[in-house]
Design a protein around this ligand. Structure first.
Ligand SMILES: Nc1ncnc2c1ncn2[C@@H]1O[C@H](COP(=O)(O)OP(=O)(O)O)[C@@H](O)[C@H]1O
Ligand SMILES: [Mg+2]
Length: 230
């Protein structure tokens, strides 16, 4: 939503969309954790530098930080007490388990901040991995008692036969094909939906176009886009 991820785009912000989304969040920032993706501040960098060594990891992370700074500054301009929390410092993969200092996020929220996390690179026991915004949302939703989870993306919802459906469940998975992996190193829509279908949380889940209006509706508790039903 907030970056141009089309072929060849590199660190390209969609300022109008960013502004709309931040204005909508600022209307309803309570009881919320925000996770933004990396868009063209992450995916092309992973392709260009790789994350096989520390230098590649540094390049990718710094690029994610730039987008996070732009996003958080905009929210702050709208009067939100925003606190950026960087997954590289909070998460790690240890003995194949994803671990996270969740207390840090909860304490920030309890103290009146809106925590904002983002897609990032993280340390594993050996080497590094990309931790997508999608992974972070699922991980947190399973552990912080989330009642609603919303994914703002650049299409109206999950498309079946080219049209957004109002609800989606596991029996429909074969109807969405391989999805779009072009610009997305973390698996695109297909991977997002598969993770959501496996998510162990009673939360209501929606995927919708991230217009200001839709974000505002979601935050008010309305149904928007496609409901992912487990
Ligand atoms: N069946 C589908 N339903 C919805 N989106 C799809 C589908 N197949 C492919 N896509 C593509 O997935 C993209 C969204 O996934 P992704 O690129 O990972 O976005 P995000 O940056 O929001 O994670 C859409 O732009 C759309 O073109
Ligand atoms: Mg994606």
């Amino acid at each position: 939503v907030i970056t141009d991820k089309s072929e060849g785009a590199f660190e390209s912000v969609k300022f109008r969309e960013l502004d709309e989304v931040c204005a909508a969040i600022a209307e309803n920032p309570e009881d919320l954790v925000v996770v933004h993706g990396a868009g063209s501040f992450g995916h092309p960098q992973v392709k260009k530098y790789g994350i096989g060594d520390a230098f590649g990891v540094a390049r990718v992370h710094i690029s994610c930080l730039k987008l996070n700074e732009i996003f958080c500054s905009k929210l702050s301009d709208y009067g939100v007490a925003v606190i950026p929390l960087h997954p590289i410092e909070l998460f790690r993969r240890q003995e194949n388990e994803l671990r996270c200092d969740i207390e840090k996020i909860l304490e920030a929220a309890e103290r009146g901040f809106l925590p904002v996390l983002h897609g990032d690179v993280i340390f594993c026991d050996e080497g590094f991995e990309v931790l997508s915004g999608d992974d972070i949302v699922v991980f947190l939703a399973e552990r912080i008692n989330a009642s609603r989870v919303g994914f703002a993306t650049d299409v109206e919802g999950i498309l079946v036969g080219g049209k957004p459906v109002s609800f989606f469940n596991a029996t429909m998975l074969e109807e969405i094909g391989g999805a779009d992996y072009k610009a997305d190193v973390t698996g695109g829509m297909r991977a997002k939906v598969e993770k959501l279908l496996k998510m162990r949380s009673p939360a209501e889940v929606y995927i919708f176009r991230g217009s200001g209006e839709n974000v505002a509706r979601f935050l008010k508790g309305e149904k928007v886009g496609t409901e992912v039903v487990r």
